[in-house]
Design a protein around this ligand. Structure first.
Ligand SMILES: *[C@@H]1O[C@H](CO)[C@@H](O)[C@H](O)[C@H]1NC(C)=O
Ligand SMILES: *[C@@H]1O[C@H](CO)[C@@H](O)[C@H](O)[C@H]1NC(C)=O
Ligand SMILES: *[C@@H]1O[C@H](CO)[C@@H](O)[C@H](O)[C@H]1NC(C)=O
Ligand SMILES: *[C@@H]1O[C@H](CO)[C@@H](O)[C@H](O)[C@H]1NC(C)=O
Ligand SMILES: *[C@@H]1O[C@H](CO)[C@@H](O)[C@H](O)[C@H]1NC(C)=O
Ligand SMILES: *[C@@H]1O[C@H](CO)[C@@H](O)[C@H](O)[C@H]1NC(C)=O
Ligand SMILES: *[C@@H]1O[C@H](CO)[C@@H](O)[C@H](O)[C@H]1NC(C)=O
Ligand SMILES: *[C@@H]1O[C@H](CO)[C@@H](O)[C@H](O)[C@H]1NC(C)=O
Ligand SMILES: *[C@@H]1O[C@H](CO)[C@@H](O)[C@H](O)[C@H]1NC(C)=O
Ligand SMILES: *[C@@H]1O[C@H](CO)[C@@H](O)[C@H](O)[C@H]1NC(C)=O
Length: 884
């Protein structure tokens, strides 16, 4: 403050003297600011008084000529800086913008920056800022832009924040704020952007005075703990373009005049709340609406045909409500519509042929409604359509021959309708993954052309009136599901379709014959041929396996010798993120057979090492494929080390040479969940297993959604889940792709773990790793917890892996009860069945059928609260020493 008063005075006193003086002071100020900053990549190398570069030309600096050159803006975002944000920077009298976003500053909110008299913009987004927002936040009353998003700021928002009356942007999203939001937002009359989203611990009504913010354009309150009604005052948000209130706990009716008032709306999302009442009329009055989502609420009544005036609409989602009446027919032909979801309502009406005008349409999901009439020819003309799902309706008539003509079509579900006639030849949809026509009245043969669809994985033709034999060619497909039960099929079943899939998929076709079926084929020759084939296949598999073992063994041997020799002479570099008293020498000396755990994963072994200081650490030794520079590698490890989550193992540091990378993790005494399950005396109580499942799910959800950059685990299995002394699970071995490089990662996974049952079915053909693949692996781990069986212990799983074993059992009446671990008392049966249902969804064949980890966490937690048992309830004798 004092500086601000003195400067005008000095200026008038001696202009020339001051100019000279200020140039050197400003550079010095910047240098002393730099002195407190840790700059690992040397991004601030130009910041130097010997470089000969004027300080206005230093990295990130912008000067304004008022009255001579003064620093007005410092932008140092995304440079991986850490250290201290020194208040010395406030000696720059004209500094108006400070952007330190996307760095690693780890400290409370730097209140001392309020001394910067001209500061208008402060951006500290995506750092490691922690602690509460102090009452003194009011000192920032000159700020126009405050962005503290994506940090670890916690506690209540203080009332004093209401003093920041000049704010135009306030972003507190993705933090750990809690409690209720104070009623001071009406003070922010200049506000254009308000973001309080993703603060899961807030429990608050939406402050009614937000409705006073006439200038507000963007309002993001999604995924926080808002409850109660949407304030009627929202009709005052005349300038609002984007409103997101999704995934809260809002109740009550939507203010009816809302649509009428908010004429500038582009995006309107109130999905996943408990709102009711009728569809917001006039929502399209402004014509600009592109995104409309009301899904998963309790809305009812019909949707007015005026919705077809939304000529710019791209996304329309009203699924999971109680809407009824004729579906607005104009909606089907909106020229920009891409996604239409209306499943699980009670809509009626027919699909018009004019759907062909929806030239951008990609996805239609209208399952579980009361649509009637024929599937229009026009549908086959929409070339962008890749998903059409209209099961559980009253659609009738023949399937038009062109209906799978879209070159990108991959999912069709027309099950549970009253379609008749033959299944047309499907030749053009080379991308078709899933075809379900179950429970219709289709006749004729299974078209042999199905066998030529290269990625077809899921085929359900059950419960129709199909006849003839099962085309031999279908054996060539990698079908995960093939259900032709309850038809009138006959003849020999192709062998691989019998051996690989549950018998229930063939039942109800008395004319079918083959080994293992009620009817053996009368044709002896066919029988001979097939048993010969089995023997041959077995022999081939054993030979292949033997060769594989030899190759792997030889590889391990060579690698071992090679690395032993090199590791003693190589040049080592280490980086520690925690104060470890440790040298590479200690690590190498500590790595012997005695300290090695298990046989190691695909990328190398883990060793438990006791440091000279007495501390224990776990060290994973990876092959350094040399796919990235030492600098890039360091940056990648840093990304992993920055993660702070109770369910993720801490990376303490790493050392690397040209040959190896040693990742140093915290040590956890209970070993891995996989080891625990494999013990013959494994018998954890259900409440504890559920707690482990929730912890694992939370860790994954954090990697997927909350951590920036978003990460994938890519190698989740029970062996990679470690347990601390309280059985709190921690994920390890995550995101190794970032260290070894994508190509070596993929080829290692493909060579050694291609057939692991933790891998999702699409692992084979999908080039891109996805969150859904992690969800699948999680489902497998959950099955292990529910059944008490190891996923790949095929001896006790009838020669199957756990997923197939459970799926076969579950298809039988009361089979679900048979898969539950018998060592757990019946009193937990209900919760275990609940968990089984989640596990089945996670391991769904169709990736998009799998829930998000966020949803998994929520569902598992709801099971937990139902259990009402103490959290720790142990039974094994060994476990009794644990704290309760
Ligand atoms: C450069 O800066 C350093 C530290 O800020 C200072 O000690 C030194 O005297 C300066 N040199 C010149 C030539 O200004
Ligand atoms: C900054 O660099 C530009 C081009 O390199 C130069 O024209 C300009 O004069 C420099 N500014 C100062 C203040 O030295
Ligand atoms: C803060 O910086 C981040 C990272 O560049 C950027 O995405 C965000 O928009 C900035 N915040 C504001 C309010 O400009
Ligand atoms: C709201 O702003 C006024 C000045 O415009 C100020 O007097 C009042 O204290 C502010 N309210 C809060 C809660 O800070
Ligand atoms: C709404 O926004 C427009 C420009 O987008 C602006 O001219 C107008 O002043 C704003 N309305 C209010 C009430 O601030
Ligand atoms: C919604 O509110 C109810 C009680 O009001 C509470 O039990 C529930 O946990 C809340 N759900 C969420 C997702 O916040
Ligand atoms: C069909 O939708 C209704 C709501 O309209 C819902 O209650 C029911 O569970 C849904 N059925 C299926 C099979 O999803
Ligand atoms: C097809 O729809 C039915 C009924 O909605 C559903 O049970 C089934 O899982 C769906 N199949 C696929 C592959 O999506
Ligand atoms: C196979 O189809 C039959 C008849 O539609 C059905 O009862 C059965 O549940 C289906 N099996 C599976 C696993 O989808
Ligand atoms: C910062 O480090 C992370 C890894 O810690 C890396 O992914 C990122 O590219 C680095 N940022 C820059 C700008 O190099």
């Amino acid at each position: 403050m004092a500086t601000a008063c003195i400067y005008p005075f000095l200026l008038s006193l001696s202009f020339t003297f001051f100019m000279f003086c200020s140039a050197s002071t400003e550079a010095d100020t910047l240098l002393s600011f730099k002195a407190f900053i840790d700059d690992p990549k040397n991004s601030l190398s130009s910041w130097s008084n010997t470089s000969g570069v004027h300080h206005c030309n230093w990295t990130g600096i912008i000067c304004i000529p008022t009255p001579s050159l003064y620093v007005s803006s410092i932008n140092l975002q995304s440079l991986n800086l850490s250290g201290e944000i020194s208040s010395s920077i406030c000696d720059l009298p004209y500094l108006s913008q400070l952007n330190l976003a996307d760095n690693l500053f780890n400290q409370p909110i730097p209140l001392h920056l309020s001394e910067c008299s001209s500061l208008e913009t402060l951006n500290l987004s995506n750092n490691l800022i922690w602690g509460t927002i102090p009452d003194q936040i009011s000192q920032f009353d000159a700020l126009k832009v405050l962005d503290l998003s994506k940090n670890h700021v916690e506690g209540k928002i203080p009332e004093t924040i209401g003093s920041l009356v000049h704010l135009q942007v306030l972003n507190l999203g993705s933090n750990l704020l809690s409690g209720s939001v104070p009623l001071v937002f009406g003070n922010f009359t200049e506000l254009v952007v308000l973001d309080l989203s993703q603060n899961a611990y807030l429990v608050s009504e939406i402050p009614t005075d937000i409705g006073k913010l006439e200038k507000l354009e963007l309002l993001f309150l999604q995924r926080s703990g808002f409850l109660g009604e949407i304030p009627a005052s929202f009709v005052g948000l005349q300038n609002l373009t984007n409103l997101d209130l999704s995934q809260n706990n809002l109740t009550g009716k939507l203010p009816q005049t809302l649509g009428f008032s908010l004429k500038k709306l582009v995006s309107f999302d109130i999905s996943e709340n408990k709102l009711f009442g009728s569809f917001p009329r006039s929502i399209c009055d402004g014509k600009g609406l592109k995104f409309l989502s009301l899904h998963t609420n309790l809305f009812s009544g019909s949707i007015p045909n005026s919705i077809s005036e939304c000529l710019n609409l791209e996304i329309f989602q009203v699924q999971n409500n109680g809407f009824s009446g004729d579906f607005p027919s104009g909606l089907w032909s909106l020229p920009k519509l891409m996604l239409l979801r209306a499943e699980n309502n009670r809509f009626s009406g027919e699909l018009p042929d004019s759907i062909s005008k929806a030239a951008q349409l990609e996805q239609v999901q209208i399952d579980n409604n009361s649509f009637t009439g024929k599937i229009p020819q026009g549908l086959g003309l929409v070339n962008s359509l890749y998903r059409f799902s209209a099961s559980l309706n009253g659609l009738s008539g023949e399937i038009p021959p062109n209906f799978c003509d879209s070159p990108v079509m991959s999912i069709i579900n027309l099950s549970h309708n009253t379609l008749s006639g033959q299944i047309p030849e499907l030749k053009k949809c080379r991308k078709l993954v899933s075809l379900s026509l179950a429970d219709n009245s289709l006749t004729g043969q299974i078209p042999p052309s199905l066998a030529e669809l290269p990625v077809l994985t899921y085929l359900d033709l059950s419960d129709n009136r199909l006849s003839g034999s099962i085309p031999q060619g279908l054996q060539n497909l990698k079908l995960a599901l093939f259900n032709v039960s309850f038809n009138q099929l006959s003849g020999t079943v192709p062998l691989s379709l019998i051996s690989g899939l549950p018998a229930s998929f063939l039942e109800g076709n008395p004319g079918l014959c083959g080994p293992g079926l009620p009817n053996s084929c009368s044709d002896e020759q066919a029988k001979h041929h097939s048993s010969g084939l089995t023997t041959l296949t077995c022999a081939l598999i054993s030979i292949a396996f033997a060769i594989g073992t030899v190759i792997v063994a030889a590889g391990v041997f060579v690698f071992h010798r090679y690395s032993k020799r090199k590791s003693q002479i190589g040049v080592w570099r280490s980086v520690f993120f925690y104060p470890l008293r440790l040298t590479e020498h200690d690590l190498i000396m500590g790595m012997d057979e005695k300290s090695a755990l298990g046989s190691g994963g695909p990328f190398g072994r883990v060793y438990n090492i006791s440091l000279p200081s007495g501390e224990l650490v776990a060290v994973k030794k990876l092959v350094n494929f040399g796919s990235q520079s030492s600098k890039a590698l360091k940056a990648e490890v840093k990304t992993l080390a920055k993660i702070r989550h109770k369910n993720i193992v801490k990376v303490l540091g790493f050392c690397h040479s040209d040959e190896s990378i040693f990742l140093i993790y915290e040590f956890l005494q209970k070993g891995s969940l996989g080891d625990l399950i494999s013990r013959p005396d494994f018998q954890l109580q259900w409440s504890l297993r559920l707690r482990i499942a929730i912890g694992v799910a939370q860790g994954l959800a954090y990697l997927h959604n909350d951590y920036v950059p978003h990460l994938l685990h890519r190698n989740l299995k029970s062996k990679n889940i470690l347990l601390d002394s309280d059985y709190e699970p921690k994920l390890t071995d995550f995101s190794l792709d970032r260290l070894v490089g994508e190509a070596p990662f993929q080829s290692t996974m493909a060579s050694e773990f291609a057939h692991s049952c933790y891998n999702a079915p699409e692992h084979g053909y999908s080039k891109k790793a996805t969150e859904q693949m992690d969800v699948y692996s999680f489902g497998v781990v959950l099955l292990e917890l529910i059944t008490g069986q190891q996923a790949e212990d095929i001896e006790s799983l009838d020669s199957l892996d756990i997923v197939k074993w459970v799926r076969r059992k579950v298809n039988i009446t009361n089979g679900a009860l048979q898969v539950l671990d018998p060592k757990i008392s019946n009193s937990s049966q209900k919760e275990m069945l609940g968990a089984l249902e989640i596990a089945m969804r996670c391991t769904a064949v169709m990736p998009e059928k799998r829930p998000s980890m966020f949803e998994v966490v929520r569902t598992l937690q709801s099971l937990n609260s139902r259990t009402c048992l103490p959290n720790l309830e142990l039974s094994t004798s060994e476990d009794q020493s644990l704290p309760v």
